[in-house]
Design a protein around this ligand. Sequence first.
Ligand code: ZN
Length: 455
Amino acid sequence: MRTIAFVTQKGGSGKSTLTSSLAVAAHEAGERVFVIDMDPQQSLVQWAEMRGLDDVPVNAVTAGRLPATLAALERDIEIWGIHHGYGGLLDEPGAFPSAPRKAPPVREPKAPDGIWWCDSLRRWHADDRLGDDAFLRLTRYRAGDKGPVMLATGFGMSSHSFLAPTIEQNLTEFLADCGYDVWLFDYRAGIDLPSAGTEFTIDDIARDDWPTAVRKVLEETGRDDLQAFGHCVGSVSLQMAILAGLQGIRTAVCAQFPLHPASSVFNMVKSQIHTADVLGTLGVDHVSPDTRPSLRDETLDIALRALPMPAEERCNQAVCRWINAIYGCTHRHAQLNEATHRAINDMFGFGNIETMEHLSLMLRKGHAVTHNGGMDYFDHPERMAGTRLLLLQGMQNYIFHPVGSFRTWRWLRSQNPQGDYQRKELPGYAHLDAIVGSRAAIDVYPFIGQFLDQP
Ligand SMILES: [Zn+2]
């Protein structure tokens, strides 16, 4: 890697112009170029945004982060080579880790008061054996009269992540103790559902899955409205659903993934190399961490080892490394007990490339855009006026920088000054550890409970 720096104290001397011109020229000459903007004015970042192409990626980096960013870039270029070099091995569609996932053990607060799944014709079935075309699942634990709360998890996961048996109290048990009627919601990405293997985008989850499931819960409970919690894709799709016109959500607690997602430097570098695109180009149509290694997996694992990773989150457990590399660093190791760290392998599964591409588009755009880049979800902020919203933010989230949820909070307040919008920072937490961390029941769940309890 060659590094060229343009440095002078004087403004208007042509640093940015020279840099951008040279970067494009180098790109056209066949070089891979990465531009680092260290000027607080960020005119190169704006230039890249206006230009609207990502052939010459630009990243704003502070002086303190420069050595780490340069080191990460150095390693990325190696990865690029490895992916291409071993492309032939990965070239078999659908043959990426293929062993069936074993469902992780769960601990329920009580026996379920019903399990329903929805078929492709939008008919619900009260049955725990899923049909071949099941694309939604609802599991009910009616523990009291406080009314229904729906819980939606992240991408590549199952709602069983709310039933983790490896921590003293999981979120479902906590809300049951509070007296809620808890509804675990698996949307079509739920890894236990056959639909996880189909292609879809987050728009489908927002515009189809949420409304279909909310209607069912209101019908079963006879209520006019309900409360909902979403983690990661469950969070952003819930906010998108309301902005697309979904009614009946009185309260929304949205964890980690806001309407204005901001990438951490770590993930920025990763989304600039378009992990999803690379896998797609290689003919890999889904990613699925698995505990049974094969030659193919080991080859990819070697490539993943080279991904930039905060030193304290490097891990010698291959599947954990996979999850962190593919989805972004999902947890701080310091927050997980050993049993949960082992169990996390079984919590993740099949994720389709189309959804990953939509996700990485949102991160690059910094907004919850539609899958083709449209700003449709921002056309009707008034639709959020009647919903109380709490944004939960891990302050060490390696995937979503905390400033993103701040932007969403500020945007909502400016659009609906009468609205009840709150943002709660979670120091020491990254992402998934706010749900399955060993101290989450003490550090995190009470904020969820208090917000839901308010009238
Ligand atoms: Zn680990």
